[in-house]
Design a binder for this molecule. Structure first.
Ligand code: PLP
Length: 439
């Protein structure tokens, strides 16, 4: 059998709210008409469910735990509001993020302030609001000392054998703990953030930080918090689809025979809260945290947004092209890949978009380009096996885009409007209603 120029299907796991939205005969068309361009749908109730899942993992392990949402992953106000309503704090890295978290009801002491070389304004505001500040470098601690304000700090640790640009070396940590000029600053513990999704590496580094907390206590510090950062995996696709893609992916299934060297790991057997549970189990971490009365903080961004949003584009043009002897559709949508960020990391977002509305038809491979002048501005180089041929005015609904895909790179390139976020609300009469996000 010859190679099909269509890539294998990669159906996404979808939240019920999204399934109901896709099944509704009118709602998506009404919203598209009202907005008049691409838009992001947000399901903040799902964020609440995800937060509850992390809290349940802490509870099941009898660990004193706290969740800080990594706000960089999505700017929507409705997400931050869901955090306030479900007892999560927020991890912020700029004055803008700090201000919008407060506006959505996060209290100052529920903020974790991360990021390197924070601006004097951010440090001042963080101290004023009694936020927990993850100090990244000795000179940042100097700046806090100079500010003379009471401040609650964690010392961010440079993981062993890491070339990360973040965190402090052993010697810098030791020197910080021995400072005698800290005045009203209290060192309350340690933090780190690891790339990758390995629960064991996180559990083991957290274990060494328990010992660091004990040593810091011996020096007179009230050290009782360890933050293990974010990087909780998300399960976008079934194990089978992910395995099939990796086994059979071929550049001939991509427009212009495009090749990508790496992809996000789109399947996880232990996503989000299950990964937290695995971390807490490893090396009896939960028990050791309890024994030493240490609170564990987590800073999930992507995992709190799992299945909490989708991105909708209108098909604006349809071309038929031929590759390797077979024809396919080259669609142009009314937005850009700035609203589906993975392309900007030299990779591609793989979960299949839904072609809406559902109609009978013949399977048709399609690649998806943006409404810009850039040859490289493609949303999907991969030929998605759409269930029918697309026509102008159809909608393409990319699933599970709330975590980093939507707005980390958006700009008004070509003076195209930045897609608004539309918030879906369940109402007591069983109908959906929608509003524009407050920001
Ligand atoms: C310090 C810190 N915390 C939390 C996060 C959130 O990570 P994720 O969205 O992968 O959970 C990041 C991401 O870069 C980070 O740098």
């Amino acid at each position: 059998m010859g190679l099909s120029i269509a890539a294998p299907a990669m159906p996404a796991h979808r939240d019920d709210r999204e399934l109901r939205l896709l099944a509704d005969p009118e709602l998506l068309r009404d919203i598209a008409f009202a907005v008049g361009g691409p838009f992001h749908m947000m399901y903040p109730e799902r964020v609440g469910d995800n937060i509850d899942g992390f809290h349940a993992a802490f509870e099941q392990a009898s660990v004193d735990g706290v969740v800080y949402y990594g706000k960089k992953a999505n700017k929507a106000s409705c997400v931050t509001r869901a955090c306030a309503e479900h007892g999560a704090g927020v991890d912020v890295s700029s004055v803008g993020e700090l201000g919008s978290a407060l506006t959505q009801g996060i209290r100052g002491e529920e903020l974790m302030v991360t990021g390197p070389a924070k601006s004097p304004e951010l440090l001042w505001l963080a101290a004023r609001h009694h936020a927990l500040i993850a100090v990244d470098a000795p000179d940042e601690l100097d700046a806090l000392v100079r500010a003379g304000l009471p401040a609650r700090v964690l010392l961010r640790v440079l993981p062993p054998d890491s070339s990360s640009r973040f965190g402090m070396s052993e010697a810098e940590l030791d020197a910080a703990l021995r400072r005698t000029d800290l005045g009203p600053i209290t060192v309350q513990g340690f933090s780190f953030h690891l790339s990758g999704y390995d629960p064991v590496a996180r559990a083991e580094l957290a274990g060494t930080l328990i010992e660091r907390c004990r040593a810091a206590r011996a020096l007179g510090h009230d050290a009782g918090i360890i933050s293990i950062g974010g990087g909780f995996a998300v399960d976008y696709l079934s194990a089978q689809s992910w395995q099939d893609f990796r086994a059979a992916s071929d550049p001939r299934q991509f427009h212009a025979d495009k090749r990508f060297d790496s992809y996000y790991p789109y399947h996880s057997d232990s996503p989000g809260p299950a990964m937290l549970a695995a971390i807490l189990r490893h090396g009896n971490l939960a028990q050791r945290l309890r024994e030493h009365e240490i609170r564990l903080a987590v800073e999930p961004g992507r995992a709190l947004l799992d299945r909490a949003g989708s991105t909708v584009f209108r098909v604006q043009g349809v071309k038929t092209r031929t590759a390797h002897g077979d024809s396919y559709q080259l669609l142009t949508v009314d937005g850009t890949s700035l609203s589906l960020s993975e392309q900007w990391f030299d990779s591609e977002y793989l979960p299949d978009p839904a072609l809406w509305p559902t109609r009978p038809g013949v399977d048709t491979p399609a690649s998806v380009g943006a409404a810009t002048c850039l040859e490289s501005d493609m949303l999907s180089w991969r030929r998605i096996p759409l269930p029918r041929a697309a026509v102008v005015d159809d909608l393409l609904v990319y699933p599970n885009t709330a975590g980093y895909q939507m707005d980390s790179n958006e700009s008004a390139f070509h003076e195209l409007p930045i897609p608004p976020k539309v918030v879906l609300h369940n109402t007591s009469d069983g109908r959906f209603r929608w509003t524009l996000d407050a920001r």
